[in-house]
Design a protein around this ligand. Sequence first.
Ligand code: GLN
Length: 494
Amino acid sequence: MSAVADLTIAGIRDGFRAGDFTAREVAETFNANVAGARGLNAFLVETPEHALAAADLADKARAGGEELKPLSGVPLGIKDLFCTAGYQTTAASHILEGFVPTYESFVTAKLFGAGAGMVGKLNLDQFAMGSSNETSFFGNVISPWRRNDGGNAALAPGGSSGGSSAAIAARLVPGATGTDTGGSIRQPAAFTGISGIKPTYGRCSRWGIVAFASSLDQAGPMARDVRDCAILLETMAGFDAKDATSLDLPVPAWEAGLSADLRGKTIGIPKEYRVDGMPAEIEALWDKGIAFAKDAGAEVIEVSLPHTKYALPTYYIIAPAEASSNLARYDGVRYGQRELPDGANLQEMYAATRAAGFGPEVKRRILIGTYVLSAGFYDAYYTKAQKVRALIARDFEQVFSKVDLLLTPTAPSAAFALGEKSDDPVAMYLNDVFTVPASLAGLPAMSVPGGLDSHGLPLGLQLIGRPLDEQGVLNAGLAIEQRAGFTARPDRWW
Ligand code: GLN
């Protein structure tokens, strides 16, 4: 594998500018890596020509002495939840198979406008519903990591952005887009030893991203390190009049603002996150993170977020409620697949299309969602969940009057084996216990690699910040990254 594939986005950007290599060489390297790792099933569509075209433009610009763009020469993977003009966008569902958008999502338009090219569309959990990538209609992604004890079970790359996390960990792309509704950037990042940040709700436009739960969905970058996340987020964020929840605020210069000096910062350790049954290795990782934060100059104190235990049930009412409404649009008329049994009328066509087009997890969410929104149960479930969501947000607000950031593990376990939880939706939902609270409160949150467990698998630490304080989150992430010195990478075994 070419050494270029080991470079970070910053390394590619700077090396390209310095004339160390051409953008075409970079694109060809990653295109070849994508083609050589099909066994991971990380990509649903390969788009080598897109990456090459962007690279040729970058090379031409450099040769002509033109000013280069922030991502000139950088190839990326795009989660197949982002609409890409002229390229199939499926949300890993059968119902959207064959759907080729005529328009570009806001976020991908910004990335491509900044000079990035696309090597392909990345696999994910169907409609971003899942924590293991196993709900994809096109088969699960396999994590490039393996346990070091000879256990050969294929591992989950996390979900829903499992294609993104696997591709980055396997050096098929230096960075990728992810989306996070309840943890889908952070948990897969943790499972694969990479970094990812979900910005404050409203930082990145949702326009052109297939909707799951609109009050929670946020796009964000996934990459090998904190600096690369800052670089990508600077391009992905920004106001968009086409998204009514987009924040009309300037985008800070996060990369230039990076500092690993945490002196003067107070970091809270929420005691309710010490959940029953948490493995000792996760506790130990958390303690290590606390020591890193102190070493970087932060004061660390214990804090309380009393409504934490209601976060998962609240999320698993609100997210399916919104999903059931958002997914009503897939009717066999407007997009993708249609099932038209002989002699079927319109209603029967809708029913047949949706029965064949949605996978079991998506159907489960639609059923739960329509149930909690139904006339007889609306107040008992949906209204109650909205009230609890406000209490969870208030917990954070109160704690952020005392501390600048919160530090927790990202997930209660390392990567589990494919198949281990796929028959038990509740066990799967429990894996989101540490990520959903920040989603419900719309807060910026990041996962950075903290170390390896005794099986040689990556574990992630999560930083949660005040609304709009991505800089604080990135800086604390950087302080941890520098001290964790995480250099482990998966063997090339696939
Ligand atoms: N695992 C969570 C779910 O299944 C979160 C998914 C996400 O963030 N898109 O809903």
